[in-house]
Write a protein that binds this ligand. Structure first.
Ligand SMILES: Cc1ncc(COP(=O)(O)O)c(C=O)c1O
Length: 357
């Protein structure tokens, strides 16, 4: 038998659940609402679609391995050097690169107990040791994180806003935290859902923190509010010397040509972004209202998903909803996470939820 690395012995492959097509076929339902993966119900900007069609003309060529044009567009709009930006094949790729470039066997990586699971699995795959800090009021507890720092700490992951709870760390909390973290520890702020944030005390402009805190990386994606999850593109910003290390371990042509073209067009379409934000807010308020009527607790969400306590076994609710064509995510115990969809999907979810309850 071929031997594999012992670090991956206990890792489980990520389970994205059944696809909408599978659910349609398996349960013979007409309407299926995919509300499990925090995608954009509007799809993507028409300008991004057009850019992808145009990019097909040169699909026989390799893409620009350094994504110069995309980095240029991001750079001029965000007010940061192109050399401080590294695009990747979604943030999923970057999470793996961080572990590959920075995590040695035995290094400690601090993560919240309820957060995006890849931070932990990527660290474990490299022999890192996760140090898990419980959330406080469904929010990352930065004081507890500071107390958890040891000589072995190498990386700290802050998912802001947090998936799956939707809660935020405020700008003041983040700055106060960065002041206290020793500068040899890498701090990563994953801002996958930043475009949906409504609160003013959120750190909306972390770019300005990067020159002061050279151990900070900021990650953003085109998969959520920009609606480009299927084409896979995100980017990370930070100090040149950190990005240089990540650059050494990435694939040569990590961001495909369609993704580069789509990201440039999507980034420039602010109207689409506004539409996505408005629709999400409308859906969130509708779902909050319905949850209130049902007497359900939910964590205040600054994202496109809601972490809600349905008062019954979440996995059973998930299975019954799926049979009726609504796909959500069970979160352990009586919590589920539901992605905010189109208003039609939101209404269908509530209708089916009431039936299964
Ligand atoms: C918090 C968070 N980070 C990263 C990702 C991965 O994003 P991408 O589609 O850019 O790989 C996700 C996807 O759901 C996410 O929720």
């Amino acid at each position: 038998m071929v031997k594999f690395r012992e670090e991956i012995a206990d890792l489980k492959p990520y389970d994205p659940g059944m696809s909408m097509e599978d659910v349609r076929r398996e349960y013979n339902v007409q309407k299926v609402a995919g509300m499990a993966l925090n995608e954009n119900p509007l799809g993507c900007s028409p300008r991004a679609k057009e850019a992808m069609v145009n990019a097909l003309d040169s699909i026989g060529d390799y893409p620009d391995g350094n994504a110069m044009k995309l980095r240029g567009v991001l750079s001029s709009k965000l007010g940061i050097g192109a050399e401080n930006i590294l695009p990747t094949n979604g943030l999923d790729e970057m999470i793996g690169l961080v572990a590959k470039a920075f995590v040695d066997k035995g290094d400690e990586v601090i993560v919240a107990d309820i957060t995006f699971p890849s931070y932990m699995s990527a660290a474990v795959a490299m022999g890192g040791k996760p140090v898990v800090v419980p959330l406080k009021d469904f929010t990352m507890d930065l004081n507890k994180v500071l107390e958890s720092i040891s000589e072995k700490t190498k990386v700290i992951w802050i998912c802001n806003p947090n998936n799956p709870t939707g809660t935020i760390v405020t700008e003041n909390e983040l700055i106060d935290f960065l002041e206290k973290v020793p500068s040899h520890i890498l701090v990563i702020s994953d801002e996958a859902y930043r475009e949906y944030v409504t609160r003013e005390d959120y750190p909306h402009d972390t770019v300005k923190l990067l020159s002061k805190y050279e151990n900070l990386l900021v990650m953003r994606t085109f998969s959520k509010a920009y609606g480009l999850a299927g084409i896979r593109v995100g980017y990370t910003m930070g100090d040149k010397s950190l990005l240089d290390k990540l650059n050494r371990v990435r694939e040569t042509f990590n961001v495909n040509a369609l993704a580069q073209a789509a990201a440039i067009a999507a980034f420039e379409d602010e109207d689409f972004l506004k539409k996505s934000y408005d629709l999400n807010l409308e859906g969130k308020n509708y779902l909050y209202g319905e949850f209130d009527k049902l007497g359900f607790y939910y964590a205040p969400s600054e994202t496109n998903h809601i972490f809600v306590n349905v008062g019954k076994n979440g996995r059973e609710i998930f299975e019954k909803l799926q049979e009726k064509g609504v796909i959500i995510r069970p979160m352990g115990g009586s919590f589920i996470r539901v992605s905010i969809g189109s208003m039609e999907e939101n209404r269908l979810f509530i209708e089916k939820l009431k039936e299964v309850l």
